[in-house]
Ligand binder design. Structure first.
Ligand code: HEM
Length: 467
């Protein structure tokens, strides 16, 4: 009897505690997103596989008309969903010094040494230093220099497609663009030929596909790691996927060869040269942040991870949308024909000038953003402008990218594929802060300028292979 009474007291106390923790937002006059349950908060709906996470967030966003913000709970922890473009610009650009980090987890597991050193996971001054040095790898001059390599890989893709089409008229475009992206990035990042188109699927593409196929249990593990970092560290849970070791070993081996003198002009060479330059430079204006071997290894692997799935998805979905929208496909083919007539072939310059191509790719990223929800971690207490709300250091801001891209308040007929939305003459109709496929501000995607040159393959397909 006493045991039951004790148990009842315990349960009631726990429930009251959960209710108290879950009253954080209401006590500050902030509406709470629907669907919170005791102890778990909104975590359950995030973990549920019956609905994509960005649709769960979309429901929260629309419940408050996305006007300003609403509170949510990951287990007992209060986070904020910020859907207002002006407030978002404050967080991402103007007041960036309060939000320099993304929600991340610093692992103490020795196997996570490389993941911890990746730009995506680094924080504060360390991030700033690495970012300023790595940015020099992604200038338009560098992209132009790498374009012949992209062209060669695009040609490899065309030859592969012709061979495939003879065997089977159905081609899996995401998979095919995945091979192409892996070829380009591994070659541009550290001069490695992965021979994806030669025969059977390359080991590189296989390892990368496995890296992104997150199993349900792993999904739960990762979400818990980010929500309970202290517990994750205590249990010594490994953050990195086991395949990461494969990519790390390849980079370490290539670095050894470079130190022995073999140069190729790729990202790895650029990073090694930058380090050498910095060692010798006395110029105070040049970014000075010596890259360690670990940072160089982590960055090379990261370029593959961050660029592979995002780019392959975008190219695959763009071809799907163009197949569905034959009028738009014809307009793009016509643009490419005219550019070839003017430039002799699909040069870097021609692709940069392709206005309709830009519209098609931008519209693909609007409808299907590869990163549909983004985050920022508050690094310094912040008063949300125009409100009484104080965001505390350590709290996470969720950015509903997919919802903003599909909100008819900003995008008339949001489900319609309309590349003209992004024509230069229409661009001023786009409300700033509502189009975020690459993020925004100092911590946006470092590789965003590489997408258009990478579209070379899509252009080659459209200009070489008929309907
Ligand atoms: C369709 C192509 C791509 C899309 C849509 C995309 C999208 C994104 C987004 C949304 C972020 C987060 C930005 C933020 O938090 O504000 C990001 C970060 C990043 N992306 Fe991309 N990305 C693409 C291609 C690439 C490529 C090709 C590379 C490298 C070769 C790359 C490297 C990175 C890196 C290193 C970061 C972390 C930046 C930092 O934390 O400072 N991305 N990307």
């Amino acid at each position: 009897m006493i045991t039951w009474a004790l148990l009842a007291v315990l349960v009631v106390t726990a429930l009251l505690y959960s209710r108290w923790r879950h009253s954080y937002w209401s006590s500050r006059g902030v509406p709470t997103a629907p669907g919170s349950i005791p102890f778990f908060g909104h975590m359950f709906s995030f973990l549920s596989r019956s609905k994509y996470r960005w649709l769960v967030v979309d429901e929260m966003y629309h419940n408050h008309r996305g006007s300003l913000f609403c509170g949510m709970y990951m287990l007992l922890r209060p986070d904020l969903l910020l859907g207002d473009p002006d407030l978002l610009k404050g967080v991402l650009i103007k007041d960036f010094d309060h939000f320099t980090d993304r929600r991340s987890f610093k692992s103490t597991n020795p196997k996570d040494k490389v993941v911890n050193e990746m730009l995506t996971a680094t924080t504060g001054e360390h991030w700033k230093g690495i970012r300023s040095v790595l940015s020099t790898s992604f200038t338009s001059g560098r992209m132009k220099g790498m374009f012949p390599l992209i062209e060669a890989k695009a040609q490899g893709l065309i030859d592969y497609l012709y061979r495939q089409l003879k065997k089977d008229p159905v081609v899996r475009m995401k998979h095919t663009f995945g091979m192409y992206t892996m070829e380009v990035i591994s070659s541009c990042a550290f001069g490695l030929e992965t021979n994806s188109f030669a025969g059977d699927d390359s080991i590189f593409a296989k390892k990368a596909i496995e890296l992104f196929a997150i199993k349900p249990l792993r999904h739960v593990q990762l979400l818990l790691l980010f929500t309970f970092p202290k517990l994750g560290r205590l249990l010594n849970i490994q953050l990195a996927h086991e395949n990461m070791e494969f990519f790390t070993d390849v980079v370490i081996e290539t670095m050894k060869q470079r130190k022995a003198g073999a140069k190729r002009g790729d990202f790895l060479d650029i990073m090694l040269e930058t380090r050498e330059d910095q060692d010798q430079s006395t110029d105070k204006k040049k970014p000075k942040y010596p890259l360690s071997d670990d940072t160089i290894i982590a960055s090379s692997v990261l370029f593959i991870i961050a660029g592979y799935d995002t780019t392959a998805n975008t190219l695959g979905i763009a071809s799907f949308l163009l197949a569905k929208h034959t009028k738009e496909q014809e307009l793009l083919r016509e643009e490419l024909r005219n550019l070839i007539a003017e430039h002799g072939s699909l040069t870097y310059q021609a692709i940069m000038e392709a206005k309709y191509l830009d519209g098609c790719v931008s519209e693909t990223l609007r409808i299907y953003p590869p990163v549909p929800i983004n985050t920022r971690s508050c690094t310094m207490d912040y008063n949300l402008p125009g409100t009484d709300l104080l965001i505390h250091k350590g709290q996470t801001i969720f950015i509903p990218v997919w919802s903003l891209h599909h909100d008819q308040k900003y995008w008339p007929e949001p489900e319609k594929f309309d590349p003209t939305r992004f024509f230069p003459e229409n661009k001023d109709r786009i409300v700033s802060g509502t189009y975020l496929p690459f993020g925004l501000g100092p911590r946006n995607c470092i590789g965003k300028e590489s997408l258009k040159p990478l579209c070379g393959a899509l252009c080659e397909i459209l200009s070489t292979i008929s309907h």
